[in-house]
Design a binder for this molecule. Structure first.
Ligand code: PXG
Ligand code: PLP
Length: 437
């Protein structure tokens, strides 16, 4: 019997009581479209939750999952191994830039970030610099919902209910500057100098106490903030000067989202010491995340007696066989269809389409890079988020799924999107933005 009330599922990041009054239900997905419980097709304008980069129901991935679950439903990876985990790690390492060669598996972006932060702290400790315990995040950063992630994260709504969080954390300023950069296409020209705030943080705490700096190369969840030209390079230089590790959280930016390259690190020409990824690694099909470390980070642990466990960290499902099979099939699908290149090729059309919304009522900024766009609306007095929620809800009923955060409407479609579908997404959004109060 279908459920008649929706009480038991305590929904994540959802207005639960509002939702129950008018549920938005998805029952199937294929290619670029969801199907709703009342049989409507909804164009997926946000790749599920920024994760279904190859589109839905891709046969190679589905078959790999089906085959593996019937062959090796689970295998431990603590002091045991199975071939799919080694193969998946090899494939991910080969895709990652530079000497990001060592893949630590987990099950989500939140766990990838907790893993990355723990590896950074432990790295300094095993090298005899155990005083380096501070972690530096950034205002408006989103790094998932674990205690590590919300501590370095910079969204007060995600932090304020949860006590004192990790100690010894500081934050860089965010890079949004609508006054100087409004309606920039691609990376904003102004703001590289904001990276110099890291010098001030170093002067305050002393470099000898700082373990790592962590940023999203493009801040996604907070409302699409592409990095100012030169900003990430400057962060890298300052980290190098003081022996601080640089962590990129590529949970959204990974796997072609920014067009042309697999990761933002390559696109922006800046190599982090640790890179966190998730989401697109399995095309959203099976939960998986990873923290990928460079050779020098990994090598620091491979000392001491060979019988010692080098990193006391791991999840029951680290390197789960079904997730590994999904990851391998996903990377095959991306490669066979040249999807990262395709995203880069279609990005100019996408950019043109989103910037056509400039001049509509309420639109105060439009930001984009690759196949990501954020349309920032003026907030209603005393009701931040209400206008964007209305746009999101109306769009769903008109057959387009988008995301909203605060008063930013975010679009990040599967990389297989066609031009006509781009027109449909932004045409529908234009009509709605015209119509909302
Ligand atoms: N880091 C970044 C940069 C993310 O965007 C996470 C970590 C956490 O991943 P998990 O798998 O633990 O959720 C994320 C996740 C949205 C939205 O629409 C964004 C995320 C998740 C859900 C919704 O803004 N990002
Ligand atoms: N809680 C208990 C009681 C456990 O035994 C375990 C794992 O064995 C965990 C939490 C952690 O679970 P996971 O490894 O799935 O993160």
């Amino acid at each position: 019997m279908p459920p008649t009330n929706h009480d038991a599922f305590w929904m994540p990041f959802t207005a639960n009581r509002q939702f129950r009054k008018t549920p938005r239900m998805l029952v199937a997905a294929d290619g670029m479209y969801y199907t709703t419980d009342d049989g409507r097709k909804v164009l997926d304008g946000c790749a599920g939750l920024w994760c279904v980069n190859a589109g839905h129901n891709r046969p190679r991935i589905t078959q790999a999952v089906q085959k593996t679950i019937a062959t090796l439903d689970f295998a431990p990876t603590f002091q045991m191994g199975h071939p799919l985990a080694f193969e998946a790690a090899d494939r991910i390492a080969a895709l990652a830039p530079g000497d990001l060669n060592h893949v630590f598996f987990c099950n989500s972006g939140s766990e990838a970030m907790d893993s990355a932060l723990k590896i950074a702290l432990a790295y300094h400790r095993v090298r005899g610099e155990g005083a380096r315990t501070r972690l530096i995040g950034r205002e408006r950063g989103y790094h998932g919902v674990g205690f590590g992630g919300i501590s370095v994260g910079g969204l007060s709504g995600n932090r304020k209910l949860y006590g004192s969080l990790l100690t010894g954390v500081d934050h860089l300023p965010h890079t949004l500057d609508i006054e100087r950069n409004a309606f920039t296409r691609g990376l904003p020209a102004h703001g590289a100098e904001l990276a110099d705030n890291l010098e001030r943080i170093v002067a305050l705490h002393d470099a000898s106490t700082i373990a790592a700096v962590v940023v999203e190369p493009m801040a996604g969840s907070t409302g699409v903030l592409p990095p100012p030209v030169g900003y990430l390079k400057r962060l890298r230089e300052i980290c190098d000067k003081y022996g601080i590790l640089l962590i990129f959280d590529e949970v959204i930016t990974g796997f072609g989202r920014l067009g042309g390259t697999p990761f933002a690190a390559e696109k922006f020409g800046v190599l982090p010491d640790i890179l966190a990824c998730a989401k697109g690694v399995t095309n959203g099909t099976i939960p998986m995340g990873a923290a990928i470390a460079r050779d020098h980070v990994h090598a620091a642990f491979m000392t001491g007696p060979e019988t010692g466990i080098e990193l006391p960290h791991g999840y029951t499902y680290s390197g789960h066989p079904v997730a590994c099979a999904a990851a391998i099939a996903t990377l095959d699908t991306y490669a066979e269809e040249n999807l990262f290149e395709r995203a880069g090729d279609i990005a100019p059309y996408f950019e043109e389409a989103v910037h056509a919304l400039r001049g509509l009522p309420h639109v105060i900024d439009i930001r984009n890079v690759g196949l990501v766009a954020g349309i920032e609306l003026a907030s209603r007095p005393g009701a931040v988020g209400a206008r964007a929620y209305e746009v999101f809800d109306r769009a769903f009923h008109k057959g387009i799924l988008v995301r909203y955060t605060g008063d930013v409407v975010a679009v990040s479609p599967p990389l297989i999107i066609e031009k006509s579908q781009i027109d449909q997404v932004f045409g529908t959004l234009a009509d709605i933005i015209h119509a909302v109060e």
